[in-house]
Design a protein around this ligand. Sequence first.
Ligand code: SF4
Ligand code: FES
Length: 375
Amino acid sequence: MIPAPWALLAEVTHACPLHCPYCSNPLELVRKSAELTAADWARVLAEAAELGVVQAHVSGGEPLLRPDLADIVRSAHRAGIYTQLVTSGVGLTPDRLGELLDVGLNSVQLSLQDARRPGSNLIAGRASYGDKERAAAVIRDAGLPFGLNVVLHRHNLDNLPDIIEVGARWGADRIELANTQFYGWALLNRAALLPTRDQLDRAKATVAEWRAAHGTKPELVWVMPDYYEGVPKPCMGGWGARSITVGPDGTALPCPAAYAVPDLAAPNVRDRSLAWIWEESPAFNAYRGTDWMTGPCRECPRREIDFGGCRCQAHALTGDAARTDPACALSPDHDLVRAATTAVDEDGRTAGADSFVYRRPGGPRISSNGSSRTP
Ligand code: SF4
Ligand code: FES
């Protein structure tokens, strides 16, 4: 008996006004013409509720770029699913949020790239800080539960005290301090984004000091920087254990980065029911549980705690998704991670911001001399 999933990540579009170099979308972005319709999403959400899903993160790209977003949120609400909008804030006017509230939206997660305008705009690849500031006021005025998500890396970790202060001033209930996870776009940009150990130590101290002084107002959530911990993260709470990702074109995967894992034969909600996808599809069963494990994981006392780490990271670094996550100090491939952290610790912060490969449709654009082009 396979336990029910409880969360659905609904990536309703890959279109986005921003170009963050750590985007969790795949390198090959889905075109608008291939997107599921609102009617497709209504069926998917009804099936998800029937399967046991209680929470949907309506994400992208930027979900506000879908003119029919209210229809999708209404379908989630009618299915009895708690719905969170995950947004850059660009386009979140009082009218637009009012429209979504009327059809049952429950909460909003807003992204922020850095504490101050120049740094935030630089990472986003366009001016957007003002939009975020206005969006925060719109969310706060609506009285919705308000989460702020900040992806942390070498270029903003030193600003953490200011980032937390901005989040508190903007009225966030919760600030997710998400240390960059290095696959997809972020792996392409790893040399520019990987922080030093000193930066992380200072950031952890900042979080501890804030919690001691302010408790949970706002609540700070620290997402571990697995490259430096020596133990892997329990990615997605285990493969096919808690969550389903459905991409803009209906591709269904156990996590948003699994597009890059070859030979998965990813199912599509256009062809199969969500119940079949969850319970029977080869893709969702490929790394479920512990039977697939090899090497040190098979005998390890932590195998039910971290599930061997992240399959996407194992594939991205070793070419084999079934290997132990190289972030684990027990992995035979751990040197791959240690070489990267040693390099950045020795090299300090010399890589310039202009070396980002910004996320954009059509995949990465690398010029012939190896340097990236900005948008
Ligand atoms: Fe986790 Fe495998 Fe490392 Fe053990 S060997 S800590 S199960 S990744
Ligand atoms: Fe896919 Fe970790 S991101 S399993």
